[in-house]
Design a protein around this ligand. Structure first.
Ligand code: GDP
Length: 584
């Protein structure tokens, strides 16, 4: 055993382990293989596996101790706490009116109206209502983003509006939304929408929701319901008042002093500006020139704009601003923190990145009995390699998540390239290395890129509607599904006589008892119920004439493509074989 002590992280690449041990990578791979782990140089193994391999190779290793990134505590007490506006999200089934409601609310905004309304989408905006009270609305794309924020540990939303169309009632995504809201621990208000429509039945919506555990206050529960029409605006003011009243009871407070803390609600690459991100401030105040960590990246705030495209110098709790100055585009829902220096921000970003990588590694290989069979199964699997581009990080993540849900036992999707912004030459190059598919969601595609893709045989498809995108990818994956062999029994024959027509060839004489005996089909030879072999039928004869098939009740002669050991009294079961792709 070597004296040398080597430290390695929780998860390590096979190649890196070989480097750390200063042994040829082939040795590591061989030892892994002997232990049932089929891993390539670029694959990752966990610490326990690395320890076993290192031990075999004569090294002792220890685990790196690294506590990972720390989130500064959001101050929730102290004398500096000041009331802040509530942060509100709208969730519900598709087409039940989320967008219409948010649009209507923007229209009713007094302050926004004066300054020309909201001129840019930055993922969140504030409106003033009910006597100059402010409310911040999250304007992010749907449930995925909501859930992502929760995953990243950001409790962002104070109040969630569950929107349900009164003419449609509770639908699958309504139930999903209820789950998200409960998981996120935010307060719920139900907006029963489309009450202007002829088929609207707000009472039925209440009944349906009650059966899902969401009981209206007026029926003895604790959830406020407001009937609205996002189209005419009826009830929208009352909904806002309900939210304000609820938020006042919640006594929402934040400390506007000190380094800013918040969360990324939108991000993309902007020509001329570089990476930009919309940040919803939760605590502290963000100023131009502040040093920030935003998830896995960092930087110093160069410019700040609000949702009216006004340049601003600072942003206080519950407001959102679009900033530039980060080194890279951060992921939506990542946490943002201010630091005294850019160096500190960088260190924190690097830690987050390192931890992010470990968390994202799903394909960690380990020594265990199951891994060998899993490897065999994996080798039977097909992969569809695609490049995905989207307009903003939020959509990119939502698309990837939805596409990953199409994965099944046989076909999985692999993102060989991804990014936000316009489709580029390098996307084409990436696509060329895999299945030559680029999926662009609301991303710009210049005519020259389109032509280049065409010339190089890369399928480049643009989408505006996520469902169409998913349905097309599903089709591509369906093409990769394995072929299934389908056997259909077509008839049975009882062997009555054997005619030796040459030293090598015997014609089997018999009577078709049911179905048919057909040329080109297969025959299973059975004796007393036991299967003795399967043979291809090369000819069927009747009275010395070759025929295609003999029917039930007919006597015929059967020839096989090869020599068959058969006896009088045996049974032949005829069957055909067809091939069909497995369904997704
Ligand atoms: P989302 O998918 O939840 O964002 O739903 P949208 O806001 O896009 O609305 C879906 C459809 O319902 C659109 O055609 C809207 O015009 C319509 N809609 C939304 N709210 C109302 C409403 O209160 N009354 C009526 N009549 N139509 C509505």
């Amino acid at each position: 055993m070597s004296e040398e002590k080597i430290t390695i992280p929780e998860i390590i690449r096979v190649g890196d382990l070989a480097d750390k041990l200063s042994v040829p990578v082939a040795d590591v791979i061989t030892e892994l293989m002997k232990n049932g782990v089929m891993a390539t140089i670029n694959e990752n193994i966990d610490f326990e596996t690395a320890e076993i391999i290192a031990d075999i190779l004569g090294f002792e290793i220890t685990k790196e101790t690294d506590e990972g990134p720390k989130k500064k505590e959001v101050k929730t007490d102290g004398k500096n706490l000041k009331p802040r506006p509530p942060i509100v999200a709208v969730l519900g089934h598709v087409d039940h009116g989320k967008t219409s409601l948010l649009d209507k609310i923007r229209e009713t905004d007094v302050a926004g109206g004066e300054s020309g309304g909201i001129t840019q989408h930055i993922g969140a905006y504030q409106v003033e209502c009910c006597g100059k009270k402010k409310v911040t609305f999250l304007d992010t794309p749907g449930h995925e983003a909501f859930e992502k924020m929760r995953e990243h540990g950001a409790k962002v939303t104070d109040i969630s509006i569950l929107i349900v169309a009164a003419d449609d009632g509770v639908k699958p995504q309504t139930e999903e939304a209820i789950k998200h809201i409960k998981n996120a621990g935010s307060k719920m208000v139900v907006a029963v929408n489309k009450i202007d429509k002829p088929g609207a039945d707000p009472t039925r919506v209440r009944q349906e929701l009650m059966s899902k555990g969401v009981t209206p206050q007026e029926w003895g529960g604790d959830i406020e319901f407001v009937d609205i029409s996002a189209k005419s605006g009826e009830g929208v003011e009352k909904l806002l008042e309900t939210i304000i009243a609820l938020s006042e009871v919640m006594e929402l407070r934040a400390d506007p002093n000190g380094d800013a803390q918040g969360v990324v609600v939108e991000s993309n690459m902007e020509p001329g500006k570089g990476p930009v991100a919309s940040i919803l401030i939760q605590n502290g105040t963000l100023h131009i020139g502040d040093h920030l960590q935003a998830g896995e990246t960092f930087g110093t705030v160069k410019s700040m704009e609000d949702e009216h495209k006004n340049k601003v110098e600072k942003a206080t709790p519950a407001s959102a601003v679009k900033i530039s100055g980060l080194k890279a585009v951060p992921e939506v829902a990542q946490l943002v923190q201010g630091f005294a220096s850019e160096k500190e921000a960088r260190v924190e970003a690097e830690k987050t990145k390192k931890y992010g990588v470990v968390k994202k590694l799903q394909n960690v290989k380990k020594i265990d009995a199951e891994s060998l069979s899993a490897d065999i199964e994996k080798s039977l699997k097909s992969e569809l390699g695609v490049v995905v581009k989207a307009d903003v990080v939020g959509s990119l993540e939502a698309i990837k998540e939805s596409l990953t849900k199409l994965n099944n036992k046989y076909v999985t999707i692999k993102f060989v390239g991804e990014g936000v912004g316009e489709v580029s030459e390098s996307d084409i190059a990436m696509a060329e290395l895999s299945d030559k598919v680029i999926i662009a969601f609301k991303s710009k595609v210049t005519p020259s890129i389109k032509q280049a893709a065409k010339n190089r045989g890369v399928k480049l498809v643009s989408y505006d509607v996520i469902y169409e995108l998913i349905s097309d990818v599903r089709e591509l994956m369906a093409e990769l599904m394995p072929v299934e062999r389908i056997e259909t029994v077509i008839g049975h024959l009882k062997v009555l006589a054997l005619f030796k027509v040459s030293p090598k060839k015997t014609v089997v004489g018999g009577k078709v008892e049911e179905g048919k005996a057909e040329k080109g089909s297969w025959a299973r030879l059975k004796r007393k119920g036991e299967v003795l072999g399967e043979y291809e039928v090369s000819a069927v004869q009747k009275n010395m004439d070759e025929i295609q098939a003999a029917k039930a009740g007919e006597e015929c002669g059967i020839s096989f493509a090869e020599k068959v050991k058969i006896e009088v009294g045996d049974v032949l079961e005829f069957y055909t074989v067809s091939e069909k792709k497995k369904e997704m």
